[in-house]
Design a protein around this ligand. Structure first.
Ligand SMILES: Cc1ncc(COP(=O)(O)O)c(C=O)c1O
Length: 342
C-alpha cells in the first residue's frame, strides 16, 4: 500500500496532537566501531517531546482524544509505581485539562518503590495527578472506587484506555521509519524493540501494510506465560490494528517474522542485572545516549547479543526503537554504578 493511503486511514482516528514527530533516526557509528557488525540505527522515541518522551506518548494522542470525544473530564490509569505510561498519561492529561488519577502498585523492584521520591513517581506528582497506592490484589477495586468517587463528584471519568490504538500509534511510527530509511538508503535486516505486544505489533502491522519484509525481535519486560504462542499473539494483535483502520494488507504479517524473546528479562520485571547494566554503560559511554533498566536497557542487551552472535550480516542495517523510560534511571541510583568502575 502507499504511505499516503495508510496515513489517511490513521488521520481518520480522533487525535490530539501532543508530540514532536517524526522522531529522529540516527546512526550509532561510535558504538559500531567498538563492537563491529552491521550498521546500527536508533529511532529516538525517547524524544517524542511529551514529559521526557516514550512510546506511550504516541498512543495517548489517540486514546485521550477518544476520551475527550466521549465527554470525559477525568481519566484513571493503574500501573507499577514508576510506570512510564502513568508519567506520560499524567502529563498528557495536564496538557488536555483532564483530571488524572493514577493507581500505583508497589513491587519488589526499584520500579515499585515510593521511597525516595524520584523518577516517574515524582513526575506524576508534579503533573498534579491524584495518586493512590494499592497492593496488586486491590488494584481493580481501587480503580472502581476512584471511578465512583469521581462520578459522585459530578465528573465524567474515563478508564480502559485502548490497546489497539497503541498499535495504530506504532503503525504511524513505521511510516516515519519507512520514509527515514528510504532517505538514508537503510534496508533493515531486523528491528529490535523493548516490547512484547503492542508497539511491536504496530510496527509489524505497519511494515506489512507497506509490503516491506523485515524481521522483528521484541523483548517483553516480564517472562512470557505462553512463549510458544507469543509470536502468534503479536501477529493477531497486528491484524486487529490493520482491521481497526479498515485496511487490507498486500501480504499479511507472518509468525516467522517475529521473535518475542524473554531471555533478557533476567530475574524479573525491573530487576537490574549485570548484562543490562553493562549495555546501559556501553551506550552511554560510546554515544552519550541513555537507556533504562526495565525496558530499553534489556532490549539493547538483546541487540548487542545479536550483533555479538553474528545474527545479522555485517554489510546490513539493524534498527533499534528506543521506547523511552529514561526517568526510571534515577530510581536505580548507585545500583547502576556497581561493578562497572564508574
Ligand atoms: C519504556 C517502555 N518501553 C516499552 C514498553 C512496552 O510497551 P508495549 O506495551 O507496547 O509493549 C513500556 C511500557 O510501559 C515502556 O514504559
Amino acid at each position: 500500500m502507499y504511505i499516503d493511503d495508510i496515513q489517511q486511514a490513521i488521520d481518520r482516528c480522533p487525535r490530539q496532537h501532543l508530540l514532536h514527530l517524526p522522531t529522529p533516526l540516527q546512526p550509532l557509528d561510535r558504538l559500531r566501531r567498538q563492537i563491529g557488525g552491521p550498521r546500527i540505527w536508533i529511532k529516538r522515541d525517547d524524544l517524542t517531546g511529551l514529559a521526557f518522551g516514550g512510546n506511550k506518548s504516541r498512543y495517548l494522542e489517540f486514546t485521550l482524544a477518544e476520551a475527550l470525544a466521549q465527554g470525559a473530564d477525568a481519566v484513571v490509569l493503574s500501573a507499577v509505581v514508576h510506570s512510564n505510561h502513568c508519567r506520560q498519561f499524567a502529563a498528557a492529561a495536564a496538557r488536555l485539562g483532564l483530571q488524572a488519577v493514577v493507581v500505583l502498585r508497589e513491587d519488589d523492584s526499584a520500579m515499585g518503590r515510593t521511597d525516595p521520591i524520584t523518577g516517574n513517581y515524582l513526575l506524576n506528582r508534579l503533573f498534579g495527578a491524584r495518586i493512590r497506592l494499592a497492593p496488586a490484589a486491590d488494584i481493580n477495586a481501587v480503580v472502581a472506587e476512584e471511578m465512583d468517587r469521581l462520578r459522585a463528584a459530578g465528573r465524567r471519568p474515563f478508564t480502559g484506555l485502548s490497546a489497539v490504538l497503541s498499535r495504530v500509534a506504532y503503525i504511524q511510527c513505521s511510516l516515519e521509519l519507512s520514509v527515514q530509511c528510504q532517505a538514508q538508503d537503510i534496508r533493515p535486516a531486523a528491528i529490535v524493540i523493548g516490547s512484547g505486544t503492542n508497539s511491536l505489533a504496530g510496527l509489524l502491522a505497519g511494515f506489512a501494510l507497506l509490503d516491506t519484509d523485515v524481521t522483528f525481535v521484541g523483548t517483553p519486560q516480564s517472562h512470557l506465560q505462553d512463549p510458544a504462542h507469543a509470536a502468534q499473539h503479536v501477529v493477531r494483535a497486528a491484524m486487529e490494528a490493520i482491521e481497526h483502520l479498515d485496511l487490507r494488507c498486500p501480504a499479511p504479517p507472518q509468525v516467522a517474522q517475529v521473535r518475542v524473546d524473554d531471555s533478557f528479562v533476567g530475574t524479573g520485571f525491573g530487576h537490574l542485572d549485570p548484562p543490562t547494566r553493562d549495555s546501559i554503560h556501553l551506550l552511554a559511554r560510546t554515544e552519550g545516549l541513555l537507556v533504562d533498566p526495565a525496558y530499553t536497557g534489556k532490549a539493547f542487551h538483546a541487540l548487542l547479543d545479536g550483533v555479538r552472535r553474528g545474527l545479522w550480516p555485517d554489510d546490513g542495517d539493524v534498527l533499534f526503537v528506543h521506547t523511552g523510560g529514561t526517568p526510571a534511571l534515577f530510581t536505580y541510583g548507585a545500583d547502576l554504578l556497581a561493578a562497572n568502575g564508574a
